[in-house]
Design a protein around this ligand. Sequence first.
Ligand code: UD1
Length: 418
Amino acid sequence: MDKLAIIGGNRLDGEVRISGAKNAALPILAGALLTGEPVTISNVPHLMDVTTMIELLGRMGAEATVHEGMSLEVNAARINNCDAPYDLVRTMRASILVLGPLLTRFGHANVSLPGGCAIGARPVDLHVAGLRAMGADVEIEDGYIRARAEHLIGAHIVLDQVTVTGTENLMMAAILAAGETIIENAAREPEVVDLAHFLNAIGGCVSGAGTNRIVIEGVEHLRGAEYEVLPDRIETATFLVAGAITGGRVCAKRTRPGDIQAVLGKLRETGASVVTGPDWVELDMQGRRPRAVDISTAPYPGFPTDMQAQFSALNAVAEGVGAVTENVFENRFMHVSELQRMGASINLQSNTAIIQGVEQLTSAPVMATDLRASAGLVLAGLVAEGETVIDRIYHIDRGYECIEEKLQLLGASIHRIV
Ligand code: UD1
């Protein structure tokens, strides 16, 4: 199993090109199932989760061709089965995103209940309730969601809780439904907006994405299109934290600063100078130690839960005490015990981690437990004394494209042990 070895202490300095967003590429790839005409999706990040989604589409009979620079052509003209089996779904929770497209286009779908990151129970009840409201007959049996509907009918859906993939699944299901669907308390994440733009590019009729009320007018036919995935805001923010934690300077290029305002505000609070341009952000810590910050995660535009572990690592070496509260997922503090093994002073009380910054972390063998937790451990490794070896690094390969190459180019001492 691959590991990452990091020798801490280098101050990062340089530019990094940000990849396309995983969490937009996955729903858009699933959305390619909605049309029988080819779609070409560019700026797709080269990641394990993307490979898994392509394999999933392939098992259903879709053809995917990779063109230069990770532009992907998907042709779902000849779908011969509507099953998403356990062996693929268990490795990636986002596989649930094929449910809405399959059901609305083909009238049936069997999708295994998801696995993915082990961060809390993460149910899919809201996806199911929304589809039922649109007239689907959905049963959960033998670990599968079995859904049927001759023709979905537009509905007025009020989500009990803000759910990103839930909003996306229902948006896609509604696109070919009869009449109008309204999703209230919808997720406002930029990736939801990106999916809406893609759906409109293939002939759908979605408005209100980016607000908490999305309206979808069902259409009868969808076409092919070319679409470019938006930049990854979590990758952007992770590299900026890498700059801050090492006292360095990092300029993230080909990104969208407007999508990470909550994170940039917190980075400024740490004492970093943060300057933004139309498609870049530069953070400069000028050799200083960051100040601790309080974090409280919330759906967009709040502080993203996907940046919680990285800021926990930052607080672990910051000056002062920072309280990190996780409100989106239960049990998303698996990185805490690993950071403690590296000398972090963290007191976990229910869903809040009180982190007292220490002058110096020390290296230790640690284990990646989920995608973003492992990013937090990489950041801690960048400043720990000695060599930190992170095991189970496949978690990070699910969501960060070429992380060690990108960090090396910024001056980090990091390499993969196979
Ligand atoms: C997506 C992101 C993930 C991010 C998360 C929150 C993708 C592929 N993944 O995950 O990186 O961490 O948003 O920003 O886009 N919930 C229910 N019932 C449901 C659905 C969700 O109770 O049917 C709960 C979850 O347990 C969780 C909360 O709602 O507590 C938010 O989860 P959700 O937004 O659905 O996360 P994902 O879409 O899985």
